[in-house]
Design a protein around this ligand. Structure first.
Ligand SMILES: C[S@@+](CC[C@H](N)C(=O)[O-])C[C@H]1O[C@@H](n2cnc3c(N)ncnc32)[C@H](O)[C@@H]1O
Length: 427
């Protein structure tokens, strides 16, 4: 057997115990021969991996199994794994999800596709990301209900739904929001999507326009620009650090072959410059429906953000500590900002197993399994399986922080009230 061919099923001896029957069934299911599992006539919901896909590989080494997030697959590249082993990307292209190959050291490697959470957690980082389940909570609080093109006359004929986010950082929240906006925008024509995935980066791109960082023909560039102006939902994400913005652009571009990239415009620079320029263009009229600030000095940058928000628009702050939320609240009251604090929420730290591979989405990980007790394992005869149900211990704790959700109020009305609109005094 070649080192890189599909692994054969384990030795097919007849299983004796209930536990070994289960194991046997799982093994034969996962490791059935390729010819059986990839028969083109067979209807299956599992699609094949293609060039530019990012895979999540489970390498079964001698001691432990390890997870690896690949770079986008290119036929000429090799994927580096643990234990000094590699696997050629060409061996992975054309395989199906849950297929098994052998790496250069003979270990079996199972092919998975990354979830959004495992993709974020396992990608290289320059900035600390908002943890996936916290990002999902923020997306929920943003209360996004995009209609699909052609579904709602008002939405179709009105201005686009614009969201502003600063700082971009790792791009975790950017990607979560872009996914939530996806349905609002018209489909990107397939040839343009291919260009978006495959075009090389310009050697020196400055990010003044997010579509200006790829080396594309003038014809493609004008097609991208035409598509961009047809969008009905846009996420503007801004960071003052160019390296962070570039890394986040790559993160969004490489996830599911740039599926969510078209909804995002990346910007580098100062919040005031960007929003000031836009407000000049709109004659001072608000144009944002939502805004999110995840930066150390939110209140130093919030005045124009609030000005650019439509009445009833939402501003969300993400802060590591409650006192930072209190500082913002004090600033907003003192400077009579036209916003009302609707709620302040603590995000609980969550557990994450195996380096964050199986994100718990904010819940607590439990072990639920059927095993033969160790005391009976060496014994002949009656090996009765028992069920284990217990919270997992020793898990990595991740995420957490505080959110404030503020609603933009019309300027003519007095906003310095609590979330219910009633002035409150402490006893
Ligand atoms: C913690 S990271 C944001 C993480 C991001 N929300 C995510 O989910 O990956 C904070 C980012 O804010 C940027 N930043 C800090 N102050 C800024 C400012 N005044 N204007 C623009 N970006 C700023 C930093 O460069 C950094 O990339």
């Amino acid at each position: 057997m070649s080192l890189f061919s599909v692994a054969k099923p384990f030795a097919a001896s007849t299983p004796q115990t209930a536990q070994s029957k289960v194991r046997y069934a799982l093994r034969t299911k996962n490791l059935a021969p390729k010819a059986h599992r990839t028969n083109s006539k067979q209807k299956t919901p599992l699609s094949s991996f293609i060039e530019h896909d990012v895979l999540f590989l489970r390498q079964h080494g001698v001691k432990h199994a390890k997870w690896h997030l690949t770079a986008p697959l290119r036929p000429s590249s090799r994927v580096k794994l643990s234990y000094g082993a590699t696997v050629p990307a060409a061996e992975l292209i054309g395989r199906r999800i849950l297929d098994v190959v052998r790496d250069s050291a003979g270990n079996s490697v199972v092919l998975h596709e990354p979830s959004l959470a495992s993709y974020i957690i396992n990608s290289e980082r320059l900035a600390t990301p908002i943890y996936p389940n916290d990002a999902s909570t923020i997306v929920n609080l943003l209360d996004l209900n995009p209609s699909r093109p052609g579904e709602d006359d008002q939405d179709d004929s009105g201005p686009p739904f614009e969201i502003f986010e600063a700082g971009t950082g790792h791009g975790s929240l950017t990607l979560h929001i872009a996914r939530a906006l996806h349905a609002a925008n018209p489909p990107l024509p397939a040839p343009l999507r291919r260009t978006l995935i495959s075009a090389p980066y310009k050697p020196h791109y400055d990010f003044t326009a997010s579509r200006g960082c790829l080396e594309v023909s003038l014809e493609d560039q004008s097609a991208f620009d035409a598509y961009a102006s047809s969008r009905r939902a846009i996420l503007h994400t801004l960071d003052h650090n160019t390296k962070h913005a570039r890394a986040a652009y790559k993160l969004v571009r490489n996830f599911r072959r740039a599926q969510y990239l078209p909804a995002v415009d990346f910007h580098v620079g100062s919040i005031d410059d960007f929003l000031g320029h836009r407000l000049e263009q709109t004659g001072g009229q608000p144009f944002l429906s939502r805004a999110i600030l995840d930066l150390p000095s939110a209140h130093e940058n919030a005045e124009l953000v609030i000005k650019a928000l439509h009445p009833n628009g939402l501003l969300i702050l993400f802060k590591p500590s409650i006192s930072q939320i209190a500082d913002f609240q004090a600033w907003s009251t003192e400077t009579k900002q036209p916003v009302r604090t609707e709620k302040v929420i603590e995000l609980y730290a969550t557990t994450a197993s195996e380096g964050g591979v199986h994100d718990s989405s904010g819940g607590r990980h439990w072990d639920v399994k059927t095993v033969v007790p160790r005391a009976q394992q060496g014994e002949e005869g009656n090996k009765k399986p028992v069920q284990v149900m217990r919270p997992r211990v020793g898990e990595r704790v991740a995420g957490g922080g505080f959110l404030a959700v503020l609603r933009r109020w019309p300027v003519s009305e007095e906003p310095a009230q609590d979330a219910l609109g009633e002035a409150e005094t402490e006893e």
